[in-house]
Design a protein around this ligand. Structure first.
Ligand SMILES: Nc1ncnc2c1ncn2[C@@H]1O[C@H](COP(=O)(O)OP(=O)(O)OP(=O)(O)O)[C@@H](O)[C@H]1O
Ligand SMILES: [Mg+2]
Length: 451
């Protein structure tokens, strides 16, 4: 239930309780006052009759006088007077005034005001036995009904107006909250550029200001994180390159020197016909050759990209050669662009690593027959990489990703790009699609420290 509906239901409940209690009180008061009015009218009628009949014996036309007395009650709102003969039969009766508004029966029953009567005897000198007075509450109840009905109409108009005002005010006041909730949803998707208008009631204005501050701060943090991740990648690449250079320059020449020395020792041993030294020399050469291969392989892993030196095209070609040699049954098609293609050192290295991991994943998990790698530019600002295979595809029950996909995501988001890994629609194989901005800024560590 929305806040607006809740408010209206709450106010409706309070108003209903007030109306019921107020209505009951009004009815009780109306009934009390009608009863009091009836008693007072009867009493006043009795006084009038008694005052008039006091001098009756001295009057010549007594009957005419009594009929005139009855006629004085004509048009009375509450009391009807009747002249009774010796047999108790009514010979003359006054006429009540007409009731202004017809009263519904249920209201009459609800008030419960009943008629009351009184009989005043006139005495033995006249033929008539007495005068009967009887109250009729219809007129009084009709008056109470008019008041009650008008009161209820006013309350109904008040309720309708209150509901309309609450509905309108709540809608107006809560609208900024809807905007805020949409803003939070957008923030949840990782878009920190969203802002909401700062206005409305002071509370909402404070909320909107706090939201904007939070979005600004999150945006700044995200930007900083991206810069740090990019730096990390650059530093990582530099560190690997340093290690590879040291290994290549310091260890390589010594191994080469050992090889040369062993070659001369072997030659000398051959000249002197020393079979044992010849045999040991061969063993050392084998060991050195093994170490050289090992160092080369470490170098290959430390600087696998070699992208800055040999270029992205050649580096990817080398990858193709590497896998074709090991899996000749898999067709690997590479479409990287022109031989001198380059998108900058960091982007090239990132593209290389993505291709490397995607190829490894496809071959390791997919059992494909064909893998295609393509790099295209999209518009002027985006680079699109797609590695697609026709293997078994991603496992639907795959609960967690390994380090490979996570590392790919980190590399891509460091450059402000996006990565999607999904199965083909026909269910045959999977594809990795990465989208990178073309000229991603690569801040230097000094810049970061200064900021
Ligand atoms: N081309 C593909 N075909 C089928 N499954 C794949 C493919 N690429 C990834 N997967 C699935 O995605 C999972 C996660 O891949 P990811 O590279 O993150 O981890 P990994 O290869 O299992 O381990 P790591 O890369 O850390 O050595 C894999 O275990 C595999 O189940
Ligand atoms: Mg992997």
């Amino acid at each position: 239930m929305t806040l607006r509906v809740r408010l209206i239901v709450l106010v409706a409940f309070v108003l209903l309780v007030s109306v019921v209690l107020g209505g009951m009180l009004a009815l009780w008061h109306a009934a009390q006052s009608a009863r009091t009015e009836m008693q007072a009218a009867l009493l006043s009628g009795e006084h009038r009759v008694r005052d008039s009949i006091e001098y009756l014996p001295e009057v010549a036309d007594r009957e005419g006088d009594l009929r005139r007395l009855i006629a004085t009650f004509n048009g009375d709102r509450h009391v009807r007077a009747s002249l009774l003969n010796a047999h108790g039969k009514s010979v003359a009766q006054s006429v009540l005034s007409t009731t202004p508004d017809p009263t519904p029966d249920w209201f009459f029953d609800l008030l419960g005001v009943h008629p009351s009567a009184s009989l005043i005897s006139i005495g033995p000198t006249v033929t008539e036995e007495g005068i009967a007075l009887e109250t009729d509450p219809h007129n009084e109840v009709s008056e109470a009904w008019t008041e009650f009905r008008d009161g209820m109409v006013i309350v109904a108009v008040f309720c309708i107006l209150s509901f309309a005002i609450i509905y309108w005010t709540a809608g107006r006041s809560l609208r900024p909250l809807e905007t805020l909730s949409a803003g939070f949803r957008t923030i949840g998707t990782g878009d920190y550029g969203t802002r909401v208008a700062e206005g409305g009631t002071p509370e909402v204005e404070h909320l909107a200001r706090a939201f904007n501050l939070m979005a600004e701060r999150l945006g700044a943090l995200e930007e900083r994180n991206e810069r740090l991740r990019t730096q990390l990648l650059t530093i990582q690449e530099e560190e690997r390159a340093d290690l590879a250079r040291d290994l290549h320059d310091d260890v390589g020449p010594f191994l080469f020197a050992v090889n040369v020395d062993v070659a001369s020792i072997t030659r000398l041993a051959e000249e002197h016909g020393d079979a044992e030294i010849l045999e040991r020399g061969r063993s050392i050469r084998e060991a050195v050759s093994h170490m050289q291969k090992h160092v080369k392989s470490i170098l290959g892993r430390l600087r696998p990209t070699g992208v800055s030196e040999i270029g992205l095209f050649q580096a990817v070609e080398n990858l193709g050669v590497f896998w074709r040699r090991r899996h000749p049954e898999i067709s690997i098609e590479l479409d990287v662009g022109a031989p001198n293609v380059s998108f900058g050192d960091v982007a090239d290295a990132t593209l290389y690593r993505l291709i490397q991991e995607s190829l490894t994943n496809a071959i390791r998990h997919g059992q494909p027959r064909c893998i295609t790698v393509s790099i295209r530019t999209q518009g002027r600002d985006e680079i699109l990489l797609e590695v697609s295979d026709d293997g078994v595809g991603l496992n639907a029950s795959m609960h967690r990703t390994g380090l490979g996909l996570a590392g790919m995501k980190e590399r891509i988001s460091a450059l402000g790009g996006t990565l999607s890994v999904r199965n083909h629609i026909d269910g045959k194989g999977a594809s990795v699609t990465a989208c990178l901005p073309r000229q991603a800024p690569v801040p230097t560590p000094e810049t970061e420290i200064e900021s």
